[in-house]
Design a protein around this ligand. Structure first.
Ligand code: PLP
Length: 399
């Protein structure tokens, strides 16, 4: 086994590494969550979250993993017997569908091959067909973490509008928020679901619903029983900076710091950094002679790259070798691509040099595990980063 000295390379697509600055911000005494001091923190994080979702509407914060926020979106707006439209983009879309099913929601699941995002034209066609307006919501995963494909949310919004359909629009941004451009208000999304442990660079444990007025009205009219996830109670008490039950105080300290860091860098710069690192990763994969699972370049994920293993090579064996020899964690294949792909996360606390270190680990791991590939991936990634740097640097005239 190689030395375990130095930092572990956590290159899974979330949870992502937590910056030292955030760890330090969370290293605080727990305070009384009913005090004036807490209310100040509460207001700051509730407002700060809005700036990241790009909304002026309420964002609620749950002490839960992302799955809780998925459930919250469903139980607040839908009832047993309702129909929703979803797209099979991968494992996470499939899991969200399962949760809806458990609450007695009928899901029209547009089939997919897990190699692209949701098709706006297919969504428009389904909605146009629905003359009785039975479909209550369109539910899409923005960044399908299991495949490395993004869905074009602005285009799906247009498709819903073109069909003139009144369905709610619900989007899972658990692995895209604060890594990929996202605009809750501008794209008229009704419920945006998210989580703390990816682009927000926090530990797991917080989840979010950003809620439009239309979704809030739907929740007031909805008779589905719910308690812990109920928006009404949450929003009422949040108005004063408090929570209806004990909040995850120290994660909120972390969230306050994360929002500061994102705005110091600038959200557009954060998104551009993710695009740059993703392009370099794809250059490495192509140089290795391996295939990227996502087949549509317009939908390549800036957050992660899923790589197909050559036939008869097991991705999990390869990941085990890379972990044991180089202390790097790569994402496993999930659901129907288990063992067939591995995923390289390049999100959150990640820059050129951490990425190149990670890609070195991937490349040396391929050699160590005997996976057929060409060398030179890291070199190709460096070239991709250099050419992008050049493109971004204004030319200075030499006298
Ligand atoms: N949706 C997406 C796109 C995800 O990537 C994940 C987790 O990775 C989830 C939902 C589920 O979130 P959690 O594992 O935090 O419950």
């Amino acid at each position: 086994m190689a030395s375990q000295q130095g930092r572990h390379f956590l290159q899974i697509p979330g949870p992502s590494p937590v910056p030292d600055r955030i760890l330090r911000a969370m290293d605080m005494p727990v305070i009384d969550h009913r005090s004036a001091e807490f209310a100040k923190l509460g207001r700051e994080v509730l407002d700060g979250a809005k700036s990241v979702f790009k909304t002026s509407q309420p964002v609620v914060i749950y002490p839960s993993s992302g799955t809780g926020a998925w459930e919250a979106a469903i139980v607040n707006t839908l009832s047993p017997g309702d129909t929703v439209l979803m797209a099979e983009t991968g494992h996470f879309a499939t899991l969200w569908r399962q949760i809806a099913g458990r609450f007695g929601i009928e899901v029209d699941f547009i089939p997919g091959d897990w190699r692209r995002g949701a098709d706006p034209a297919a969504i428009e066609a389904k909605l146009a067909e629905d003359r009785g307006r039975k479909i209550k919501a369109v539910m899409v995963v923005h960044n399908e973490t299991s495949t490395g494909s993004t869905s074009r949310i602005a285009e799906i919004r247009k498709a819903i509008d073109k069909a003139g359909h009144p369905a709610l629009f619900m989007v899972d941004t658990i692995s895209s928020l604060a890594s990929v451009d996202y605009r809750h208000d501008e794209w008229q999304v009704d419920v945006t679901v998210s989580g703390s442990q990816k682009g927000l660079m926090l530990p797991p444990g917080l989840s979010f619903n950003a809620i439009s007025e239309k979704a809030m009205a739907a929740s007031r009219a909805n008779t589905m029983p719910r308690s812990y996830w109920d928006w009404q109670e949450m929003v009422k008490i949040n108005a004063n900076g408090f929570f209806p039950y004990t909040p995850a105080t120290n994660l909120l300290y972390g969230l306050r710091e994360a929002v500061r860091m994102l705005h110091e860098e600038g959200l557009d710069a954060v998104f551009a950094r993710h695009e740059r690192l993703a392009a370099a990763t794809r250059a490495a994969v192509k140089a290795w002679g391996l295939d990227i699972l996502c087949e549509n370049p317009a939908e390549y994920s800036p957050v992660l790259t899923a790589v197909l293993m050559p036939p008869s090579h097991d991705a999990d064996h390869y990941r085990k070798v890379a972990l044991e020899k180089f202390n790097i964690s790569l994402g496993s294949g999930l659901g129907k691509v288990a063992g067939k792909v591995f995923r390289i996360g390049h999100l959150g606390e990640c820059n050129e040099l951490t990425l190149l270190g990670a890609l070195s680990g991937v490349e040396m791991g391929l050699a160590a595990a005997g996976v057929p590939h060409r060398s030179g991936g890291v070199q190709a990634a460096m070239a991709a980063l250099e050419s992008r740097e050049e493109a971004n640097t204004p030319k200075v005239a030499v006298a």
